[in-house]
Design a protein around this ligand. Structure first.
Ligand SMILES: [Zn+2]
Length: 238
């Protein structure tokens, strides 16, 4: 097979990575090409025909979901390695790709807000993945960024049953006393949308400080067949 310059560059990159002890491939290689699956813009589920989505009967705490793809490899692997192995560069690339999708879909006065992480967990993990994603979403979409939320220490959601997730207390995410988003559209950024409970709680906190509309921007959405039985159970008015 004829090798292009790009092949040689990739090989060189791998050799360099080996010698300097960097174990990750280039983010663009790990993430692969962007996919363009059809999805429901309310619940974020992959749908061949979005007009048939069953989420229409539920109340959803946000007005729209923007996502990169389904929660499956290579996207899911990259999210996990970004989050637990502190692979900053892959989170940066995910954030930039997501930012390109957000750009033009929200008004120019929209504010990008990361899903808050409890400080202790941040300290242990050494990376705040949602904050990294939000930084590059804001930069690429040319929007302002703000951190008006605070998350109390609770057990991590990953590995928790659907029941446990849906019990996440409304008081677990608070808005900072000086935060004010009066009349501003908000882009709430997180890595994965599964039951939607955490995003729902964060959306409520954002509304309490005046956010006008909430657009959820996530790297990936866990599809219905794979996700826990209990799904979005929002009980807030729009
Ligand atoms: Zn839907």
């Amino acid at each position: 097979m004829k090798k292009t310059i790009l092949n040689y560059l990739e090989e060189l990159d791998e050799i360099a990575a080996y010698w300097i002890g960097r174990h990750f491939p280039r983010p663009s290689v790990a993430l692969g090409e962007e996919t363009n699956e059809q999805y429901c813009s309310w619940c974020g589920q992959t749908q061949e025909d979005v007009s048939f989505c069953t989420c229409g009967t539920r109340e959803i705490a946000w007005s729209r979901v923007i996502r990169l793809g389904s929660y499956e490899p290579p996207l899911s692997t990259c999210v996990i390695r970004g989050k637990y192995s502190r692979w900053y560069e892959v989170l940066e690339l995910i954030g930039r790709r997501l930012g390109r999708r957000v750009r033009g879909c929200v008004p120019p006065n929209a504010v990008v807000v990361p899903m808050p992480m409890p400080y202790l967990r941040w300290w242990f993990r050494g990376i705040n993945h949602s904050a990294v994603l939000a930084k590059y979403v804001a930069q690429t979409a040319r929007l302002q960024r703000s951190n008006p939320l605070l998350r109390k220490e609770t057990p991590p959601q990953a590995g928790m049953s659907a029941g446990g997730r849906s019990r996440l207390k409304t008081s677990s995410i608070l808005s900072l006393p000086w935060a004010n988003l009066r009349g501003k559209p908000v882009v709430l950024v997180d890595d994965v949308l599964t039951t939607g409970r955490t995003l729902e709680v964060a959306a409520k906190a954002l509304r309490s400080i005046g956010a006008s509309t909430i657009t959820v921007a996530v790297a990936a959405v866990t599809n219905f067949e794979e996700r826990p039985k209990k799904v979005i159970s929002a009980s807030f008015p729009h």
